[in-house]
Design a protein around this ligand. Sequence first.
Ligand code: TLP
Length: 352
Amino acid sequence: MSVSFPIDLRSDTVTRPTPAMRKAMAEAEVGDDVFGDDPTVNRLQERVARLTGKEAALFVPSGSMGNQTCIRAHTEPGDEIIGHEHSHFYFYEAGAPCALSGCSLRLLRGEGGLFDEDDVRAALRPPTSHFPQSRLVIIENTHNKGGGTIWPIERIRAIRAVADEFGLRMHLDGARLWNASVATGIPIAEWAKPFNTVSMCFSKGLGAPVGSIVAGSAAVVQRVHRFRKMFGGGMRQAGILAAAALHALDHHVERLAEDHRNAKRLAETIADVPGLSVDPRKVQTNIVFFDVDPDLATAQALCDALKASGVLMLPVGPRTVRAVTHLDVSAEQITAAGTAIARIVRTRLVVA
Ligand code: TLP
């Protein structure tokens, strides 16, 4: 059987809606969601509120909008957010916590995008008039730049205990919480429990074209609703998008295990290529980061050579490449991508 190219491993955001998803979208009942009249959006919100064990949920256009509306809902200007230095809400959202919420950031270090309760305790500001006020802890699970890492749930619970002691709120960037849940068997509601708010994406591993969702108490979701409007994220006949999300919940969650197997296999192939380094044991979900030996090539040069062979990966640093598996990449395509990368490196199609 011939394998189709290109094989796009730049992100799990590149998936295209399947014919069945498009059919569900075309057939969706819709209304004006700014008036709360879209029955499909309402159905999705009720379903995710139940799934997360929260009182309410709100459909938002993107993961960034989910994170930033929650940050704004939890904080006031002059407050401080505690989170990892490689977190998406800080690193990849255009400075929004400062620009849109007026917050300062207390950034923590730790392997794989993780930190612990002692780090949080050490980062707290004394409650005097001199300091920004520690208000919110943000955890990303799975952690994207950390390599798709899954947080140990006990560690999150220990951080919650510190948050309770000091009156902090907690937000979960769960853009890929589905992956954490499928990989561990721990239900979404268990993961969500220690948090005041959780945001999750339908447009990554779940394969929907657009859309994320925020869940929390009715009061906090009402505030998020106000900031969604303020930030320009109110949508009208959004039921066509919610229908894609509902379809993804029905059909695309359990299959994430296949993406995890593919990522592990890709990492194992790459680990065998001289000049490339990755530890396959550290690949827990659908994201693979690997390093390119400086004597071999830059990450950019390797990705350019791969592209010429029909395989797309993302250079994310001078020597580091990211590959992400997803719905639109089959096991055969992973084998082909591994063969292409091994051939390019072994035949020295790239130069340092
Ligand atoms: N991540 C994208 C890029 O922005 C890097 C990707 O290709 O991985 N939280 C996490 C953990 C994310 O990885 C992303 C997107 C977001 C939030 C933001 O989602 P969108 O792109 O819908 O705003």
